[in-house]
Design a protein around this ligand. Structure first.
Ligand SMILES: [Cu+2]
Length: 331
């Protein structure tokens, strides 16, 4: 059963796929939660451990880091001892303008006790260098040691062979040319309009149709920071508006007012910030054309650390108060 390859990295649709994998496969494999990323990007790897070894509890997880993946930082896990093995890379990579020739090649979480009937994830962050080209699949061979015995998720498909034909495939990560954020691919108004850039996930951008002559429109979306460092939404731009500001609402003398966030909108690690009517929002100003219901407005968001990403704002009805009301064209 094909669980991840070919599917976009979209949290909103990941869960049905996971359910399908567990429900459909006699034996669920150890896999990476996000199966795709693009060359030259930060990646959050979460190794999913669906079961033990033939009913035995998992006591340690050891994963090998493939060439081209640098700057690995594993996440400590309560109840488990975290160790890393460092070594030289096959070549020196450039990171922040400096050559980096060695780093973490293997991570081990040991001394834990994960019963066969439970599920857990083992997390690391890394930078996938641009040396790994789009279209390539890279593998993270993983050994799961149990109270009795072990399971070796270390098989790598040979040329022309599919990972589906392997009994114990190594968790893999597919490099894609673009983080699937291109608007053309995101069906308007669907729950799949989720975008990833670096450690950030951006979900469901929407706005409202503008009544005749109106020059401003609000912009709403959710941003989740899956990384370990804070980031900020610092800027946005679109051909549909003269400028885009990031606003917050606040009470002043009993009156609700909005004001631009000059330092940008902070998204703390592990947090989701929702831009919604009455709260934080984006403000499209000096519109160059009216926003029409059912359309999508391409906008470039700029984050301090994660960089730029293009997203599509689905335009809902005039006066819509939530994104749910932006789906009219499907009814
Ligand atoms: Cu505003």
């Amino acid at each position: 059963m094909r669980c991840f390859s070919g599917n976009r990295v979209v949290l909103a649709v990941a869960f049905p796929f996971i359910a399908a994998c567990i429900g459909g496969a006699a034996q669920a494999h150890v896999t990476l939660a996000a199966g795709e990323t693009k060359p030259g990007s930060y990646y959050r790897g979460a190794l999913k451990i669906p079961h033990g070894c033939d009913g035995e509890a998992t006591r340690s997880i050891r994963v090998q880091i493939p060439e081209g993946v640098i700057g690995v930082k594993p996440m400590p896990k309560p109840g488990w001892t975290l160790t890393t093995q460092k070594g030289p890379y096959a070549k020196a990579y450039e990171s922040h303008g400096k050559p980096v020739a060695e780093g973490v090649r293997e991570i081990t979480w040991s001394g834990g006790d994960l019963a066969d009937e439970f599920y857990d994830e083992f997390v690391f962050t890394a930078f996938v260098t641009a040396d790994v080209p789009a279209g390539q699949q890279i593998y993270f061979p993983t050994v799961q040691v149990c109270t009795k015995g072990e399971a070796r998720w270390t098989e790598i498909p040979a040329k022309g062979q599919s990972a589906r034909d392997l009994k114990s495939p190594a968790p893999s990560l597919r490099l894609v040319s673009d983080t699937r954020l291109t608007a053309q691919e995101a069906p308007a108004g669907s729950e799949t309009d989720t975008y990833t850039i670096g450690n950030l996930t951006i979900a469901a951008p929407w706005s409202r149709a503008t009544p005749g002559g109106a020059k401003i429109a609000g912009g709403y979306l959710k941003i989740t920071n899956n990384g370990t460092a804070p980031d900020r939404l610092v800027n946005a731009a679109t051909s549909a508006a003269g400028k885009v500001e990031i606003h917050e609402m606040s009470m002043a003398n009993g009156v609700m007012q909005m004001r631009p966030l000059n330092e940008g909108l902070l998204i703390k690690p592990g947090e989701t910030v929702e831009l919604k009517p009455g709260g934080f929002h984006m403000m499209f100003m000096d519109l160059t054309r009216p926003f029409k219901q059912g359309e999508a407005v391409k906008t470039t968001l700029q984050f301090e650390k994660a960089g730029k990403v293009d997203v599509m704002f689905n335009i809902g009805a005039i006066g819509a108060t939530s994104r749910g009301q932006s789906d009219h064209k499907h009814h």
